[in-house]
Design a protein around this ligand. Structure first.
Ligand code: NAD
Length: 259
């Protein structure tokens, strides 16, 4: 299937590793002109070099208004915005201090609000564009081990719901993609650490995690980054024009409801 992405410019935030890098790779493979983003010049440049195909890079911290302004200015015209940058950290609810709530909100939510606010008007003017929020199944089934993370992922779904309304009758769509547990760098490092603390191999830990923590998963393993990225590439494409205001699940069946 030709996703018809050649000539489109795609900006993926937080794309120096993990799901973001996977999305940037898939979009570049389909012919899009990709812009990667990370906080340091070295990591952003390394990711762009790895992707090749003329990928550009912008070093900026999406968690600040200044960082988002730098990205919006340096990116120029953007046809596809993927709000991917995000952080997670399990912590008991009673131990989450104000600073963590604030930090999670700035990185996971305000970054997407600021960049969408800056780039959506151009898409509407040109009557074509894609905005994709990388939310999570955790935005619907809030995990008790990281309520603050779940809150930010639910906020992203709410934003998509509202912002999509502003695209009525245009060629612009605004959607959320909801990955389930995925073997990104961030998650793999974290799993390795927990497995060694529990004196388990990563494979034993994965099996136990899907038995006891994400028991509803039908996949019963971590999704690969590519499994998420290819769905995002499709939602980015002109072929997905009838999907707007949706929460597209790539959750391995973790969520119990079918809609
Ligand atoms: P990751 O930790 O592997 O990668 C995150 C990327 O974001 C890195 O490139 C990091 O440098 C970048 N980043 C973080 N803070 C940034 C900032 N302030 N400015 C610029 N870049 C920043 O994470 P991941 O697992 O690939 O997660 C990516 C997205 O997918 C997140 O929004 C996450 O919530 C979502 N998600 C992940 C999973 C999963 O299981 N991995 C599941 C559902 C949703």
């Amino acid at each position: 299937m030709d996703l018809q992405l050649s000539g489109k410019t795609a900006l993926v935030t937080g794309s120096t590793k993990g799901i973001g890098l996977g999305i940037a790779r898939s979009l570049a493979r389909e012919g899009a002109n990709v812009i990667v983003n990370g906080r340091s010049e070295a990591s952003a440049k390394a990711a762009a070099d790895q992707i090749g195909n003329g990928a550009r890079w912008i070093a900026a911290d999406v968690s600040t208004a200044e960082g988002c302004a730098v990205i919006a200015e340096q990116a120029g015209q953007v046809d596809i915005l993927v709000n991917n940058a995000g952080i997670f950290e399990p912590k008991p609810f009673a131990d989450i201090p104000d600073e963590d709530w604030e930090r999670f909100y700035q990185v996971n939510v305000m970054s997407a609000i600021r960049l969408t606010r800056a780039l959506l008007p151009g898409m509407l003017e040109r009557n074509w564009g894609r905005v994709i929020f990388i939310s999570s199944e955790s935005g619907i089934q809030i995990p008790e081990e990281m309520v603050h993370y779940g809150m930010t992922k639910a906020a992203e779904i709410a934003l998509v719901n509202g912002i999509a309304r502003t695209t009525k009758g245009t060629g612009v769509t605004v959607n959320a993609v909801l990955p389930g547990p995925t073997a990104s760098e961030g998650v793999t490092d974290f799993v390795g650490q927990l497995a060694s603390e529990a004196k388990q191999t990563p494979e034993e830990f994965e099996k136990e995690f899907f038995r006891s923590v994400r028991g509803t998963s039908l996949l019963q393993r971590f999704a690969t980054v590519e499994e998420i990225a290819d769905t995002v590439a499709f939602i980015s494409s002109p072929l997905a024009s009838a999907t707007n205001g949706a929460a597209v699940r790539v959750d391995g069946g973790v969520l119990l409801a079918t809609a």
